[in-house]
Design a protein around this ligand. Structure first.
Ligand SMILES: Cc1ncc(COP(=O)(O)O)c(C=O)c1O
Length: 471
C-alpha cells in the first residue's frame, strides 16, 4: 500500500490541478492490485492533501497548500508546561527508550530491534477468527466488569498456576499498562524502586514518569545478584523490586532456584513487594528444559505482584494482560486502574478469551517454540562465525533476544547507526541501564525478522558495520 501511494504520488505530477485521476477500477486493472489497496493508497494521498476525493465524482489533483501562512506561535506552551506549583515531580516524560523499541525500520532494512513477533509468526488467522466470534458473542459491546471478564480472569489464574484465584486477577491493557499501574499503586512519588540492571527501558521510563527513582541491581547468568539485592534494600529502604525471573529482557537469564528463594526471602524481610514481569512465559524455545513456576505461584503472603501479557506470543495489538496481587495491594491496583482507564475494551477481552480457548492457541505456542529455537540457532551460528567474543557463555532457551557484549570502549551508538546504513536495525545497550553502563552492549532480537535466513543475513550486515566502525 505504501508503494502504491508512492507510485501514485509520482504519477500525480503529470496531472494539472483539478484534473481527475483514473477511476479506482482502472487503477486496479492497470496496477494489478486489490480494490482495498487502491482505496487505502488514495486515503493516504487525501490525508496528505495532494488529492481531493468527491464521492460520486472521483478523485482530483488538489491545489498546492498555501505556504505563505504566518508560522504559528506556540511559545506560550513552554511556560505552561514548565510552571510548577511547589515542587511536584516533573511532568515531562522521556519516551525515547520505548519509542526506540517501537520504531519501524524502512522496508529494505532487516529488523533485529523490535520486541514483537514478525507478522508471519503471529497467529493472524486465528486472531481474525477469534475477533469475528467475539463480535458475535451476546453483549460483546456492553460494558465489561471493571476487573475484567470473569472467564478471562479465571483462565489467567489457571495459566499462572499455584493457588492464584480468579479474584486475585485484574485484566489490564497489556504488560506496559499493568506495570504502570503496579508502580503507581505501590510506590510513592520520589521513592526508590529497585530494578534489574540491565533491564527493559520501558520499566525505567514508567518509573521515572511516575516520579520514582529506579535503583539498579546487577543481573548475571543466574538472574539478579541476590547478595547485591539485599544491600540495595538496606541502602535505599525501597518497598518494591521489579524482576523478570524468566528469560530476562535483555540478558535472557533465568533466575536460579536458590536465588528464587533468596529474592522472596529478602523482599519479605525488607517488607517490600516483588513486581514479577513474566513477559516471556510463553516464549519458551522447543529445546528448553522444564520451566520454573512463576514466583507468584509460590507466594503465601502476597509479596509478589504478577504481570503477564498476551502481546508477546500473539500480537502487539492484543493488548490484554493479567495484573495479579493479594491483600490490600490488590485494592490499590484496582483503584488506580479504574481511575486511569475504567476497563479494557470488552471486544478485545472477548477476542482474547476466544483465542486462548481455541485449539489454535496450543498450536501457536508449539509452532512459536520451534520458530524461536530455529531463529536463535541461526543468530548464534552466524555470530559464532563472525563475532564469537560477543556471545554470552550460556545462550537463552526462551525469549527473543541475544545480549552481546562489545569490547570496552566500543561506541555502540556509532555501531547501531552504521548497522542501519548496512541494512540492519539492532538495539544499543545503553538505555537498558538505569545508571552508568558498565560496558557497551548490543541487543539482537531475532523474532521480528521474517525467517532464519534473514536473521543470518542481518548478523552478516551487522558484522560488516562492526568492521567499518572498529576504532
Ligand atoms: C520485559 C518487558 N515487559 C513488558 C513489556 C510490555 O509489553 P506489552 O505492553 O506489549 O505487554 C515489554 C515490551 O517490550 C518487555 O520487553
Amino acid at each position: 500500500m505504501g508503494e502504491l501511494a508512492a507510485r501514485l504520488r509520482t504519477e500525480l505530477e503529470r496531472y494539472s490541478v483539478g484534473e481527475k485521476l483514473p477511476s479506482s477500477r482502472a487503477l486496479v486493472e492497470r496496477l494489478q492490485v486489490s480494490p482495498v489497496t487502491v482505496s487505502r493508497a488514495i486515503a493516504v494521498l487525501v490525508g496528505e492533501g495532494v488529492v481531493v476525493s468527491r464521492p460520486g465524482a472521483g478523485v482530483f489533483r488538489a491545489a498546492p497548500r498555501a505556504t505563505t501562512a504566518a508560522p504559528r506561535d506556540f511559545s506560550w506552551q513552554e511556560v505552561a508546561l514548565s510552571a510548577e506549583a511547589g515542587q511536584p515531580p516533573s511532568r515531562s516524560t522521556d519516551a525515547s527508550g520505548v519509542l526506540a523499541a517501537l520504531a519501524v525500520p524502512p522496508p529494505d532494512v532487516i529488523d533485529l530491534n523490535s520486541g514483537y513477533l514478525h507478522p508471519s509468526l503471529q497467529p493472524e488467522r486465528a486472531l481474525a477468527a477469534a475477533l469475528a466470534r467475539a463480535g458475535r458473542r451476546p453483549g460483546a459491546w456492553e460494558r465489561p466488569p471493571v476487573d475484567g471478564l470473569t472467564e478471562l480472569r479465571a483462565w489467567f489464574a489457571r495459566d499462572i498456576g499455584g493457588d492464584i484465584a480468579t479474584s486475585d486477577v485484574l485484566i489490564a491493557a497489556g504488560g506496559q499498562s499493568a506495570l504502570t499501574t503496579a508502580l503507581r499503586s505501590l510506590v510513592a512519588p520520589g521513592a526508590p524502586v529497585l530494578v534489574e540492571s540491565p533491564t527493559y527501558p520501558g520499566i525505567l521510563a514508567v518509573a521515572r514518569a511516575a516520579g520514582l527513582r529506579p535503583v539498579p541491581v546487577p543481573v548475571d547468568g543466574d538472574g539478579v545478584r541476590t547478595d547485591l539485592l539485599a544491600d540495595a534494600f538496606a541502602a535505599t529502604r525501597a518497598r518494591a523490586f521489579v524482576c523478570q525471573p524468566l528469560f530476562q529482557n535483555p540478558t535472557g537469564a533465568v533466575l536460579s532456584p536458590e536465588r528464587r528463594r533468596e529474592v522472596l526471602r529478602i523482599a519479605r524481610a525488607a517488607g517490600a513487594f516483588v513486581i514479577e514481569d513474566d513477559f516471556a512465559r510463553r516464549l519458551v524455545h522447543a529445546d528448553a528444559p522444564a520451566l520454573p513456576l512463576p514466583l507468584a505461584a509460590d507466594d503465601p503472603d502476597g509479596v509478589v505482584v504478577h504481570v503477564r501479557s498476551l502481546t508477546k506470543a500473539a500480537s502487539p495489538s492484543l493488548r490484554v494482560s493479567a495484573l495479579t496481587a493479594r491483600g490490600p495491594a490488590l485494592e490499590r491496583l484496582r483503584a488506580v486502574q479504574a481511575v486511569d482507564s475504567f476497563f479494557v475494551p470488552r471486544p478485545l477481552q472477548e477476542t482474547a478469551l476466544e483465542l486462548v480457548g481455541s485449539p489454535a492457541w496450543a498450536r501457536q505456542l508449539r509452532e512459536l517454540a520451534t520458530a524461536l529455537r530455529d531463529r536463535r540457532r541461526a543468530a548464534a551460528t552466524a555470530l559464532r562465525r563472525t563475532l564469537p567474543d560477543s556471545l554470552p557463555p550460556q545462550l537463552p532457551y526462551g525469549g527473543y533476544h541475544l545480549w552481546l557484549r562489545l569490547p570496552d570502549g566500543r561506541d555502540e551508538l556509532a555501531l547501531t547507526a552504521a548497522a542501519l546504513r548496512a541494512g540492519v536495525a539492532v538495539t544499543a545497550g545503553r538505555p537498558y541501564f538505569a545508571a552508568e553502563a558498565p560496558a557497551p552492549h548490543l541487543r539482537i532480537s531475532y523474532a521480528c525478522a521474517p525467517g532464519p535466513a534473514q536473521v543470518t543475513e542481518g548478523v552478516e550486515r551487522l558484522t560488516r558495520a562492526y568492521g567499518e566502525t572498529a576504532g
